[in-house]
Design a protein around this ligand. Sequence first.
Ligand code: AMP
Ligand code: GLY
Length: 446
Amino acid sequence: MKLNQTIYYPTVFYSVVASGKNNVLIIGSGGREHALGWKISQSIHVDKIYFAPGNGGTAENVDIKQNDIEKLASFAKRQSNLLTIVGPEEPLSMGIVDVFAKEGLRIFGPAKKAAMLEASKAFAKEFMREAGIPTAEFATFSDAEKAKDYVVRQNKPLVVKADGLAAGKGVVVCDNAEQAIAAIDTIMTKKEFGLAGSKVVIEERLAGEEASFIALCDGKSIMPLASSQDHKRIFDGDKGPNTGGMGAYSPAPVVDKELHEKIVKQVMEPVVSTMKKRGTPFTGFLYAGIMVDENTHNPRVLEFNARMGDPECQPIVMRMKSDLYQYIDAAIGGRLGSMPPIEWKDQTAVCVIMAARGYPGSYQKGKVIEGLDSGFGNDTMVFHAGTTRDSQNKVVTNGGRVLGVTALGKDARRAIDNAYSAVRKIHWGENDHYYRTDIARRAIMR
Ligand code: AMP
Ligand code: GLY
């Protein structure tokens, strides 16, 4: 699988080239996984790419669920020269990397104990305290009444978070004590997020601009990726409920050179060194959700994810000039420290999510998507997320976030124009699609 790419051969890879091509298994079914596969397919070191379970835009799909670790491992064992990349948090938090490693299978992602950084917000906050990583003040509770007493005693805006994984929905940003108490009831008493809500983290509400900072880690060192920003709320102007992400762009202008350095030194490197010291080295994509203070321009961590961001992945890989496969291979081998910095296109990439109308609430599935063959130009990619193929092999909707229409442009304005002109060619059902119209507008305002 060779597409146009800049070919770059550091000496360390001659061995890989000499020993033949590699195959890759990507676990997951979202836009992130489609984008990772698209990028990795351009590597001269890669032959076949499998997706488990993949979506309507990916091939070759293997019909195994992302959390069926046993079946995934047994599939991996039957392949030769296979490297597995884990997209979503669920299998990571279940320990897929530990299982694969025990079987001698090559896999990229953190082991279960390191993935706790995302799987438990209480763990992440304690970890940040230990590592001296800047973050909001917090307290953790496993008793709802004590949590409410604490809220009443705080005289400031708070954020209430379910401790465990809740698909990005377990965080309530509150304006006052009543809202915080209601959030505690939703999470702990009504158990809306199940066991994820048996503990809550309550933290001070920070103000500023958010950015996503993602790096590859090999247990000892990091390799930063380009900065990005996502749009979590469903409606324009950052209104309405949180979603998995309605769009993203890269780079994030707020992350200038100075802030980039601060994030590397104050956040990313301390994670890796503290994890190593604890005997649970972090290998994989490390994602820090950062709040940038307007006055001091200092970073504080809102959350960690133990994986690539979605949709941030889509604009990031569109801008990457280097061979991502080589870097992942180096990370698994503990060789990131000897790799040159990743090279980026000096362009902006914008990803607009096309969702099913109704998302993040209830929505319909099975609508035939029209316009996918419109011809979009080289600088535009339509990454699939909630799609599948029907009996006639037509692409139909199969989830809330359906497509990630991603385009490059000389600057933010042009990338936005390119992305939206592609979006306007695609539709399904009778006005059954929805997208935000203000993705990346902030990048222009800066
Ligand atoms: P999290 O999953 O922890 O990143 O939270 C989801 C979203 O909630 C973040 O992207 C922020 O927009 C918001 N958020 C989380 N923690 C805070 C905080 N301490 N202050 C203000 N907003 C927050
Ligand atoms: N876009 C936010 C996330 O991947 O969690």
